[in-house]
Design a protein around this ligand. Structure first.
Ligand code: HEC
Ligand code: HEC
Length: 258
């Protein structure tokens, strides 16, 4: 049985100003489908009960009061950003505490995530708030990414293996807020980058650049909508090259025959 004590302590936790921003459209069982009249007032859904959700889905590993237990680390002082990141990226609730948490479809709706964030932060201890992400500068983002993130996530953000089967995951699905949360929280083996190391503006620059990596990857991989895809595009490039070679040969031939 693993002992969850050593890695969970992040010494520097920078508090960033921010407002609770709910993300991630989960199964959204309570939302009315688009175009359908809202249900009558009597059927109004009850607000998500963070305490009950926590008791049912988290307490067995993290303890009733978030104090930590055999199967999970303490959540006291991890901060709103950590809870929002872990649940919003579908990492938590994790099926087995021995695995690296992986990104997945979130289990909870945005309301439920907000309620879980509120309940876990009520255990106390402060910790980073959910960052508010503003516009970023791409050239600075590119430099910061190369220096601080590419060593683990790769220059294109495609991710890379780290150690013992653990990976630095691809960054293509992370929203700007999730990028900022990861930077401030340092999930798993990722280091924390507090505001003394990366300012809020620099985090915005990074978030903008990570979104750019995502669109560059779509360009590389071929966007299914309106693009031909890598194989077809390779063929087109090849045919164009061939055409140029033939034209060049003709031209050279003509020159020789002059
Ligand atoms: C020492 C290696 C390392 C460095 C350096 C690093 N990361 Fe990470 N990062 C990780 C690991 C490992 C995870 C997965 C954490 C987990 O187990 O849940 C991760 C997760 C993430 C995620 C979540 C991705 C998702 O969609 O689930 C984002 C976003 C992210 N990192 C961004 C960054 C940025 C931006 C930087 C640079 C400021 C950075 N990382 C630097 C190792 C690293
Ligand atoms: C099967 C056990 C298990 C369950 C269930 C579980 N967790 Fe976790 N949780 C873990 C483990 C183990 C880690 C450490 C993961 C890692 O390697 O990064 C963790 C990490 C976290 C972290 C990051 C802590 C930090 O130091 O930043 C948060 C936040 C969290 N869990 C919240 C939740 C919430 C909220 C739920 C319920 C919706 C939940 N967890 C359910 C085992 C569990």
């Amino acid at each position: 049985m693993a002992v969850w004590t050593h890695r969970w302590w992040h010494p520097a936790r920078a508090a960033t100003a921010g407002a609770a921003l709910a993300l991630a459209a989960g199964p959204a069982a309570l939302a009315a489908p688009a175009g359908v009249a809202p249900p009558p007032a009597t059927a109004a859904p009850a607000p998500a009960d963070g305490e009950a959700l926590y008791r049912q889905n988290c307490a067995s590993c993290h303890g009733d009061q978030g104090q930590g237990a055999q199967r999970g680390p303490s959540l006291i002082g991890v901060g709103a950003a950590s809870v929002d990141f872990q649940v919003g990226t579908g990492r938590m609730p994790i099926p087995h505490e021995t695995q690296q948490p992986r990104r997945a479809e979130p289990v909870f709706s945005a309301d439920e995530i907000a309620a879980l964030v509120a309940h876990v932060t009520s255990f106390g201890g402060g910790g980073p708030a959910i960052p508010r992400v503003g516009p970023g500068r791409l050239p600075t983002g590119r430099e910061l990414f190369a220096a601080n993130c590419a060593p683990c996530h790769g220059g294109t953000g495609a991710g890379a293996p780290l150690t013992n089967g653990w990976i630095a995951p691809p960054l293509y699905d992370a929203t700007p807020v999730q990028v900022a949360e990861a930077v401030r929280v340092g999930p798993g083996l990722m280091p924390v980058f507090p505001s003394q190391v990366l300012t809020d503006q620099q985090v915005d620059d990074l978030a903008a650049y990570v979104q750019r990596l995502r669109s560059e990857r779509l360009d590389r991989g071929g966007n299914p909508l309106g693009r031909l895809g890598p194989l077809a595009e390779g063929l087109v490039a090849w045919v164009v090259t061939l055409g140029l070679l033939v034209a060049a040969a003709r031209w050279l031939g003509r020159r020789a025959g002059e």
